[in-house]
Structures are given as C-alpha cells and as structure tokens.
Design a protein around this ligand. Structure first.
Ligand code: ASP
Length: 429
C-alpha cells in the first residue's frame, strides 16, 4: 500500500491531482478559519505568489517556444521535397481540420457557457495582470488592420510585448528564408533545431513545478471564490469532453463522406494506439504504434505512413485545438470580458497555430494556452486552475489528436490510390 502510494507520488499527473485536491481543501480551510485571520488576504499575500511563479515560468517560455518550434517545423518540411504534392494535400487537410476543430470548441464554449456564473474579474485586478483591451474594445478594427498589424515593424518589440501574431509572422519569414538558403546557413539551421530541443526541455522542467502552482492558485481561487469556481471547472470538463466526443464522431463521418468507406474497421483497429494515447497523454509517445497500426492493419501505404502521419503528429492536434477554443471562451466568460467578432477571428487563427505549435507531450497545450490568451488579452492566472484538471482532459484530447492524424493519413493515401482497401476490411489483421 505504502509502496504503491510512493510509486504514484513518482508520477507527475498524480502530484498535480494531489495539488488540486489539497488546494481545494486548503482554500476552504483558510477561508473558513475561525481564528480571525483574513483568509482571502492571507491566500492572496502568501500563497498566490507561488502560483504567480508558475504562471511566469509558463510565460517565460511562450515566445521562444513559438519562435523556435515554428521555424523547426518549417525547416523539417524540406525533407519532404519529394512528397510535395502529398505534402500540400496533407498540410491543407490538417490546417482545415484544425481550424474546424477550433470552431467546434468555440461553438461549444459559446453554447454551453462553462464560465458563466463565476466572476474572476476581481481576481484579474488583484493579479495585476494586463486586463483585456476589449474592456475598451477597438471598435473599428477591420480585417485589413488585423493583417497590417501582424507585420512586426520591430521584432524585438514584438517579442518583448508578447505580440504573438507578429512573432509568428517573423518566425515564418525566418523559417522560409533558412529553407531557401539551405546548406549555406547550415549552422543557423542546426542552431534553430538545437534551440527547439532546448525549449522542449524547458517545458518539461517548468511542468514539474505544476503541482505547486496548481495547489497555490487553486487554494487562492477557492478561498476567495468558494463553490462557484469548482462548479465552473466541472462544467468546463463536461463541455470539453462533449466537444471532443463530437469531433471523434466527425472523424467517422469524414471516412464515410471523403473515403466512401465504413468507419467501423477504422475505429476497431485504432483502439490500440488510442489506448496508448489515452494512457501516455503524448502524441509523440504514441506515434510509432500508430504508424504500425495504420500501415499493417488499416492498409495505408508505407510512404504515406512514413510521411503524413509524423507530419500530423507534429502539426495537427484537433483535440488540442478544441481545448484551446473552449478554454479561451471559458475565461472570457469567467473574467467577464466580452469578445467581439474580431477576437473570434484571432482566436481561430491563434488556436489553430497553437495546435500546430503544441508539443506532443503531456500538457503541451498549457503553453499554447498562454499564447492564445495573450493574443486576445485574457489574463493568464486561470491556467494553473485548469492545470489541475488538465490531465484527464489531456488523455482524451491526445486520443482525438492521434485519431485525427490517422484519419487524414488514410484519406490522403486513399486519394493517392495507394491505399489497400482489402486490408482495411480484413478484421483478422
Ligand atoms: N498531450 C497532447 C498531445 O501529446 C498535447 C496537448 O497537451 O494538448 O497530443
């Protein structure tokens, strides 16, 4: 018993869960403390700063993460020169499904309003966070202004001010230029690849601090907000699960409509990688199993499996896209910050980019959440609150992520007429 508890304590997801539970208990305890301490004041002065450290650690890696992971993604695409046609098809399909998934997330967030009824606006000012510019919304913003605003006149200013879209545009320019120059700038290409590896390591390090951040911010929020915040969190979890399930069913419809096949063999044969995705919460860790199943059991050709699936595992995360969309709306509702049409447009853009840039590791999206929220000016404090329930949602969205990659890989392969349909229907495989 003691030994198995020790093993569990060795697992990060368990420590995060413990942080959440202890945070709730501690928050209620301090808030209801009969000894005359000002519970909310105590939590705000002494406990919340631990959470702020966690949030700042996340903020610290956002810009380098976006910058290097995007450049890295563009650089790796040169290897695909031979597969230009398939590549264009796959990237197009991945981008479309990603943007569509964000739209599903936004629709669910809008319809079910998980953040309604909880008021975090007071907390945002305690936190001293940049509160949304939408409080005074830029009224006459049009599509041309948005476009012009994405070009950074000064890249250092863009980075210093967390202007995410401008950083993205600069990264795309750098990535494409590096690709064109090729061997001439090999040293810079290697530098960017190494930097991306470094940033991923930083993420893993920062995530280790999450149990403490979750404990601190949960107890602070529960202590100052009480039950409504817990209720909102539960509602958020249910809405995310509902949206992920809808996306899961949509994959079946895509197989019927675009592949003109029954989706059942796909669902049946994908169980193995799906279970692995569910238990590891990592697309990266699931990739090799998914490749084997997609090739050997589902009947996708070797070349599509080797190219389209890994590409999807790095740039296509439909579950993550849904999650980013819903959480953004959750916080806009909870902080009582109205978003207008142009914010929705930016959300679709940044959440799609976020799902492209998210690392295929547990809690990869927490970092992209920072970028999505920053792009529409939402405060970041709530991230630690969400981090408490992130693991269970991560298991599900990773399953959706890897399923989406496999569906697109299969459909692209089918359109290339290299797909083995007999193998697909052979249930003995
Ligand atoms: N864990 C997810 C994945 O590996 C990424 C995320 O956090 O959404 O696909």
């Amino acid at each position: 018993m003691a030994a198995s508890f020790k093993t569990l304590l060795g697992k990060l997801w368990f420590r995060v869960l413990l942080g959440l539970i202890l945070g709730v208990a501690f928050g209620f305890f301090v808030a209801g403390n009969p000894n005359g301490i000002n519970g909310a004041g105590f939590l705000t002065s002494y406990i919340k700063p631990i959470g702020t450290v966690f949030i700042n650690l996340i903020k610290m890696v956002i810009v380098p993460l976006i910058f290097f992971s995007l450049i890295n993604g563009i650089i790796s695409m040169t290897d695909a020169e031979a597969f230009k046609r398939i590549g264009t098809k796959a990237v197009g399909a991945y981008l479309l499904t990603g943007a569509f998934a964000v739209a599903i997330g936004l629709a669910f967030g809008h319809l079910f309003t998980p953040g309604l009824g909880v008021d975090l606006s007071a907390l945002a000012s305690i936190a001293g966070d940049a509160v949304h510019k939408a409080a005074t919304p830029p009224k006459e913003v049009n599509i041309i202004d948005i476009f012009v605003g994405t070009i950074p006149p000064n890249v250092f200013k863009a980075m210093a001010e967390d202007n995410i879209l401008q950083v993205v545009v600069f990264a795309i320019f750098v990535g494409v230029a590096l690709n064109r120059l090729g061997a001439k700038v090999q040293i810079l290409i290697d530098f960017c690849k190494a930097s991306a590896t470094l940033v991923f390591r930083l993420i893993e390090t920062v995530i280790r601090f999450s149990p403490y951040g979750v404990f601190a911010l949960t107890s602070w929020m529960v202590g100052t907000q009480g039950m409504p915040i817990l209720y909102a969190l539960l509602k958020l979890v249910c809405v995310v699960i509902g949206a992920l399930f809808t996306q899961y069913l949509l994959f079946g419809i895509m197989i019927v409509v675009f592949g003109r096949m029954s989706p059942f063999p796909f669902y049946r044969k994908m169980l193995e990688p799906q279970l692995l995705a569910f238990s590891t919460s990592s697309s990266k860790a699931t990739l090799s199993t998914a490749m084997r199943v997609v090739n050997e059991k589902i009947g996708v050709s070797k070349s599509s499996t080797a190219f389209v699936l890994p590409l999807g595992a790095s740039i296509n995360m439909d579950g993550t896209a849904i999650y980013l969309g819903i959480t953004a709306l959750f916080f806009s509702q909870a902080y009582n910050i109205p978003l207008d049409a142009h914010h929705y447009f930016i959300l679709i853009l940044t959440a799609t980019l976020g799902s492209i840039g998210a690392a295929g590791i547990p809690s990869g999206s927490l970092f992209m959440m920072g970028m999505v929220f920053t792009s529409v000016g939402l405060p970041l404090d709530g991230i630690a609150l969400i981090a408490g329930v992130d693991r269970i949602l991560d298991m599900m969205r990773t399953t959706v992520n890897i399923t989406g990659d496999s569906v697109i890989t299969m459909l692209v392969d089918k359109s290339e007429v290299t797909f083995d349909q007999a193998a697909y229907y052979d249930m003995e495989r």
